[in-house]
Design a protein around this ligand. Structure first.
Ligand code: MF3
Ligand code: CO
Length: 227
């Protein structure tokens, strides 16, 4: 689904159009878009633009334009199992500042992934993410995190990316969870849209970026099962 989005996304496209692609293609492939009606979420995908941190709601009125960065977060139920992953897309000519933020957010996930080992701690992964993000001069959102995933969209554990090495849940073989830190160019503080109750923004108005992968811990390492 994300490959499809990557091939079609461009300036002039509305985020509602992205929602239509996700709904139609997912359904055609036999899947169910997981966001639709999830705790009342009104659409089949989250589209979060620029200073939106996550849970952006697709709309006919939001038209992508040159210089935008956008996160498209795709979650699917197929035959009873959930997948969840997201990518950033740069629309047209994007500023160097925003491009650097987008690649740092991607690298943050890679740094976290390197720390995923059976019988390690989730905090090992979190600290790897946070140390890297801080080294790039950015900040990690504290209040919104990742999650276990499998037979439910959001399962235990709740996954922070600001906790410390040697803390949090053990990564036992069989644990399946997401690495999806939200990276802000400025301060880590956020607020939620009062009107729609979903969309989260950076408090200082700076851009935010996020990539998400789904990882399965195995007996001798881990496997990325959705990206
Ligand atoms: N896909 C988001 C995640 O990564 C969750 C979105 S919940 C929704 O966990 F209802 F907004 F879809
Ligand atoms: Co997720």
């Amino acid at each position: 689904m994300l490959d499809y989005v990557a091939e079609h996304i461009k300036a002039g496209v509305s985020t509602e159009e992205i929602n239509r692609w996700v709904h139609e293609v997912t359904t055609k492939m036999g899947g169910i878009p997981a966001p639709l009606n999830y705790e009342g979420f009104p659409k089949s995908v989250c589209t979060s633009l620029n200073n939106e941190v996550c849970h952006g709601i697709p709309s006919e009125d939001i038209i992508l334009k040159d210089g935008d960065i956008i996160n498209v977060d795709v979650s699917t139920n197929l035959n009873g199992y959930y997948s969840d992953s997201s990518r950033m897309f740069c629309i047209g000519e994007v500023s160097e500042d925003k491009k650097r933020l987008v690649s740092a957010a991607k690298q943050a996930v890679e740094e976290g992934l390197k720390a995923v080992k059976p019988w390690g701690f989730l905090g090992d992964m979190a600290q790897a993410v946070n140390d890297y993000v801080k080294s790039q001069g950015y900040s990690v959102v504290r209040e919104v995190g990742g999650h276990g995933i499998g037979l439910e969209f959001h399962e235990d554990p709740w996954v922070s990316y600001v906790t410390e090495k040697g803390t949090e849940m053990l990564m036992v073989p069989g644990l399946c969870f997401t690495i999806e830190p939200m990276i802000n160019m400025g301060r880590p503080e956020i607020y939620t849209d009062e009107e729609n109750g979903w969309t989260i923004y950076t408090k200082d108005g700076t851009p935010s970026a996020q990539w998400e992968i789904q990882v399965l811990v195995t007996e001798d390492g881990c496997e990325v099962i959705s990206y």
